[in-house]
Design a protein around this ligand. Structure first.
Ligand SMILES: [Zn+2]
Length: 286
């Protein structure tokens, strides 16, 4: 195998998704000498603007938001030790049903085959051993997350032999319960309910059965990233222009690490035969 470093590629929808969903594994595997590649599909222009101005409100300048978020993404990548950042630069599609869904250049409006072809080029260039993206519901239904899933799975078909292991991010229901409790404790109500949170998840809950995530026994892969909790927190802090991240930052590093220190996945492809459940995305590869 070793004409190139072991490589992890994470495919995400917006600037800041890399920190929320996979900040722990990006930091951990970088520290272990694994090459890390982040693909961010959209410009995040439907996020919050400077001063917390929301999309659709007066003064929300999508181009300025995209520029700000690009700067934040670079800072987050530095914190997480990401080796290569690749931007597909599609337009942020906003929440399902927004006019932005159909705007020219929107990710949601881009044919899957087109996005997949571009991502397949990156698969061929980096030949990742492990690829991580969202499940078919984009974890919580955001159109750009769903589209990231679709182009990733289609791109993998265009790059046979690349990626011995493929994962979808998920959250076990036990963790979702703790998460909803934290949402109540640290508050996400009113105007601070924004961006990624307003992007789709229901305010404050807590529903008896979380609509997202999986029963614990269906989670295949539990990666301990507690030692990298501070980096994950700092990466999110780099995205502080986005209202939803303030909720996490309010917890402080210790509580945040407690709550977010295990990253969980469903393994959907494996050619290594590594036994399940596993604690390492690279089990069977080193
Ligand atoms: Zn997102």
């Amino acid at each position: 195998m070793a004409d190139r470093p072991l490589t992890l590629m994470a495919v995400h929808a917006h600037p800041d998704d890399e920190a929320t969903g996979t900040g722990g594994v990006l930091a951990r595997y970088a520290a272990e000498g694994i090459r890390t590649v982040l693909v961010t599909c959209t410009d995040g222009a439907c996020g919050d603007g400077p001063g917390g101005v929301k999309p659709g409100e007066d003064g929300h300048d999508p181009a300025a938001v995209a520029a700000l978020r690009r700067t934040e993404l670079d800072a987050s990548c530095r914190v997480l030790g990401v080796d290569h950042l690749e931007l597909l630069e599609y337009g942020d599609s906003g929440m399902m049903g927004w006019a932005a869904n159909d705007a020219p250049g929107s990710f949601w409006g881009t044919p899957v085959a087109e996005g997949a072809a571009r991502l397949a080029e990156l698969l061929h260039r980096y030949r990742p051993d492990v690829v991580v993206t969202y499940d078919e519901n984009g974890f919580y239904g955001h159109p750009d997350h769903i589209q990231a899933h679709r182009i990733t799975m289609a791109a993998l078909e265009l790059a046979p032999g690349v990626a011995s292991k493929v994962y979808w991010t998920t959250a076990p229901h036990s963790a979702m319960k703790r998460f909803f409790a934290a949402m109540q404790e640290f508050g996400t109500d009113g105007d601070e309910q924004a961006g990624e949170a307003a992007e789709g998840s229901e305010p404050a809950g807590p529903p008896e059965l979380p609509p997202i995530g999986l029963p614990d026994e269906e989670v295949t892969t539990w990666v301990d990233t507690h030692a990298f909790g501070a980096q994950k927190y700092d990466a999110l802090a780099a995205h502080a222009s986005q209202g939803e991240n303030i909720f996490f930052l309010r917890m402080g590093k210790e509580r945040f690490t407690e709550l977010m220190g295990t990253e969980t996945f469903v393994r959907v492809r494996d050619t290594t035969g590594a036994a399940l459940p596993e604690q390492d995305l690279f089990a069977g590869l080193r």
